[in-house]
Design a protein around this ligand. Structure first.
Ligand code: NAP
Length: 265
């Protein structure tokens, strides 16, 4: 089996990365940064987001596992004290794979049918830094509302515990094929109206954002922020692709939610 390791880059993550690499090489696994069967992320959830984007072109062939060197993560749920156990499990046992939904983002531009396609593991957000964001929101091709406010966040189930949660969105179990649209400070008065509540859409629906008179937006895909000019529409739906996590022991999602947000005692 071929493996790669993605480190957060700080001293403790790098030290752990070197130890894991030595152990796995001792078990005759092959270190291959280009075509790994398994990617071990050492750091936090942010590190796993980075690893996901690095290997997003081979999601059907690569599984991910995360170790946290800070606090418990949703994608990084192994602790450094467990690495011997994890290394033996990787080397000796065929691992179980758990798949989580991903968000497909298609940005179309005004000139000449050009488009950019992205995959997000957590979410995509749209903001207009200079002025109030004004977007027509369409669901399954039907006009739903004209949004005015700071921005919109469209998240995956596994991203529902990240930015989405800070915006008052619901936490969604990652076994559910769905995505969620949450508002950032919408303007609501006698003239302007938005739904105000987070919307949870099933996997086979699409949500399209169409600019009303602005064309340039800051669009995030997980940790990446890019300024997109001359935007005609932004289309969101659940991707046909999934991220695959290597599971070596049960760690139920709701326990991770409890331990992360309520108490780990
Ligand atoms: P960052 O600003 O350095 O870290 C954002 C925090 O979000 C970190 O504590 C990270 O955990 C945590 N996180 C990432 N994915 C998560 C998940 N699925 N569930 C729960 N927590 C999660 O940025 P970053 O490390 O590059 O991560 C980018 C992410 O930051 C974005 O995808 C977005 O979800 C999140 N974000 C959140 C807010 C907010 O809550 N107001 C604002 C902007 C962005 P680790 O410490 O384990 O890495």
């Amino acid at each position: 089996m071929k493996f790669a390791i993605q480190s957060k880059g700080d001293d403790s993550s790098n030290t752990l990365m070197h130890r894991i690499k030595m152990y796995l090489l001792d078990f005759d696994l092959i270190y291959d940064e280009d075509q790994p069967d398994i990617v071990i992320s050492v750091g936090g959830d942010g590190t796993l987001l980075y690893a996901f984007h690095r290997y997003s072109s081979r999601l059907d062939k690569t599984a991910f596992v995360g170790i946290h060197t800070g606090h418990l993560g949703f994608y990084a749920d192994w602790v450094p004290e467990e690495i011997e156990k994890l290394v033996i499990a990787i080397a000796k046992t065929p691992f179980q794979v758990i798949e989580y939904p991903l968000l497909e983002v298609i940005i179309r531009y005004q000139n000449g049918g050009r488009e950019s396609k992205y995959l997000a593991l957590n979410e995509s957000t749209v903001k207009n830094i200079e002025a109030t964001l004004v977007m027509d929101v369409e669901i399954r091709g039907e006009h739903f509302e004209r949004f005015r406010g700071d921005g919109l966040c469209v998240s995956t189930p596994s991203g529902s515990t990240a930015y989405n949660k800070a915006l008052g969105g619901a936490i969604i179990h990652p076994s559910i094929s769905a995505f969620q649209v949450t508002e950032m400070a919408s303007i609501n008065n006698r003239v302007f109206r938005t739904i105000g509540s987070p919307l949870v859409l099933p996997g086979h629906h699409t949500c399209m954002l169409k600019p009303v008179n602005q064309t340039d937006f800051h669009i995030t895909i997980d940790h990446l922020t890019l300024l997109h000019k001359d935007v005609k529409s932004i289309q969101y739906r659940i991707s046909d692709k999934k991220i695959r996590f290597a599971r070596f022991r049960p760690f139920p999602f709701w326990k991770r939610v409890h331990d992360s947000f309520i108490s780990d005692e």
